[in-house]
Write a protein that binds this ligand. Structure first.
Ligand code: ATP
Ligand code: MG
Length: 213
């Protein structure tokens, strides 16, 4: 397909970019550069009106909310954490799938009050334990959550789990399921109105692509 409106699509490099590529290709969008080897943050595509901007996964909703990008690909984990006020979330792309889990050592006790939980997902963790009526102390980390229970920083962690290999390599096990995670297409609200036909056309081909792969 050909796009007549200009569209800027925000996505992060790594797994989301790699897994979004076939979906974009199905929509006739092919980037001219590879973000893994290029240092460019704005990638032109074969479509004169479509460009990609490469940003941190957790920054995608911000770019789209403010209209700096028309569309974006964001993990449900990021959307759960930041809220999706100010943007539409019309399509589950079913890529970068994993689960948000509570994990700990196999003999971990989930019972006691004021468990200490290390995570980068503070809001999601708070909601999960509040829903169970359990008070927890949350310690915000930015990565390598698996280390925290091993060195006594926390009793448990909340993190994303795909195969469980990283947990296992550190002697941890998944203990409780919080949410199934995948990447979602997000759309700026003004774009939705002003570039309606292009967005609808893109949505339709992406929906087809998701059903295929
Ligand atoms: P940064 O590394 O820049 O701090 P990040 O760790 O969130 O950001 P990635 O690890 O590339 O970046 O994760 C990007 C998105 O991919 C996450 O928001 C999540 O939706 C998804 N994701 C993260 N880890 C996994 C995983 N193990 N399996 C599948 N999807 C994952
Ligand atoms: Mg990471």
């Amino acid at each position: 397909m050909e796009f007549t409106d200009s569209l800027t699509i925000a996505l992060s490099k790594g797994r989301i970019f790699e897994q979004a590529l076939p979906l974009l290709a199905h929509a006739g969008i092919e980037p001219r550069d590879d973000p893994e080897s290029s240092r460019k943050l704005i990638l032109e595509t074969n479509q004169p009106h479509v460009k990609l901007v490469i940003i941190r996964a957790s920054d995608v909703p911000t770019y789209v909310q403010y209209g700096a990008a028309d569309l974006g690909v964001a993990g449900k984990d990021v959307l759960m954490e930041q809220g999706s006020a100010g943007l539409y979330e019309p399509l589950d792309l079913r890529i970068a799938r994993c689960r948000m889990m509570v994990a700990g050592v196999p003999e971990a006790d989930l019972g006691p009050d004021r468990l200490r939980i290390a995570t980068k997902y503070v809001a999601s963790t708070e909601r999960h334990f509040a829903a169970k009526g359990q008070q927890v102390e949350i310690i915000k980390l930015y990565g390598s959550m698996e280390l925290a229970p091993l060195v006594g920083l926390s009793d448990l962690i909340v993190d994303l789990v795909e195969s469980g290999n990283t947990l296992e390599a550190n002697g941890l096990v998944p203990l409780e399921h919080i949410a199934d995670i995948s990447s979602r297409l997000v759309v700026n609200k003004a774009t939705w109105k002003m570039k309606h036909r292009s967005v609808m056309a893109l949505l339709e081909v992406l929906r087809e692509a998701v059903a295929k792969v």
